[in-house]
Write a protein that binds this ligand. Structure first.
Ligand code: DX5
Ligand code: ZN
Length: 223
């Protein structure tokens, strides 16, 4: 079980500093939310911020792509230091061939399931993926409350992945906090995205990550 901070609610004026603080606090990988103002109304960042994080931290980077044309950015993201790219299935016309495009660009690949997208949509693809993100909120901004009804998709994915003996990470994204993190792991999640739980005005990233680990009973510190 790993924790992947999202920098969306972090202080972008002190990005290198907060990145180092989260790494020191025991984060396992970065979850960077790229939004293009089309797939979702917000506009966040692209390869330059990915590159800045990869310079400030040695942790692996995944890019959660909430963009209209993900395949058009795979190469630039790989060059900026992304190890993994994750796209939303409804943003591509040929879902089956898109993972190969990401691999050709030198990245691992995953898909993200928004609230309206069922697991059955990506079941045929599972063997060609490294990861599936189950959105527990409507994508587009940090700090929203988790919608626990979507944990049913995590349970469904967990049994599919285990039954097929696949090495596919199951990640949950949206509203993860110390008080509900255990429910996500109990449903079968391997990776927890944590944005406002880690970057908020009340705690340092180190304190926030320690609180999350404590809530998880010390599950899964980085080996
Ligand atoms: C929202 C993003 C999430 C978000 C998580 O669309 O995909 O990764 O940053 O932030 P919290 O943990 O605050 O919900
Ligand atoms: Zn995300």
């Amino acid at each position: 079980m790993r924790i992947a901070p999202s920098i969306l609610t972090a202080d972008f004026g002190r990005l290198a500093e907060v990145a180092q603080a989260a790494e020191e606090g025991g984060a396992d990988l970065w979850h960077l939310d790229m939004m293009d103002g089309h797939y979702v109304p917000q506009l966040t960042f692209g390869p330059p911020i990915v590159e800045a994080i990869s310079r400030a931290s040695s942790l692996p980077i995944e890019v959660h792509m909430m963009v209209a044309n993900p395949a058009g950015h795979f190469e630039a993201l790989a060059a900026a230091g992304a190890q993994r790219v994750v796209f939303h299935v409804e943003t591509v016309t040929d879902v089956a061939s898109t993972p190969d495009l990401a691999r050709a660009a030198g990245c691992e690949v995953g898909v993200a399931l928004s609230p309206g997208i069922e697991v059955a949509t990506i079941e045929p693809l599972l063997a060609s993926l490294d990861e599936v993100i189950v959105m527990l909120i409507v994508p587009g901004k940090g700090g929203q409350a988790m919608q626990p009804e979507y944990l049913s998709k995590v349970r469904e994915l967990r049994s599919l992945v285990d039954a097929a003996g696949l090495d596919v990470a199951i990640e949950v994204d949206g509203g993860v906090k110390a008080h509900n993190a255990v429910d996500c792991v109990a449903a079968g999640a391997d990776v927890l995205v944590a944005g406002s739980a880690v970057f908020n005005p009340d705690q340092s990233p180190q304190e926030a990550l320690a609180a999350l680990r404590l809530a998880l009973g010390g599950l899964g510190p980085r080996s």
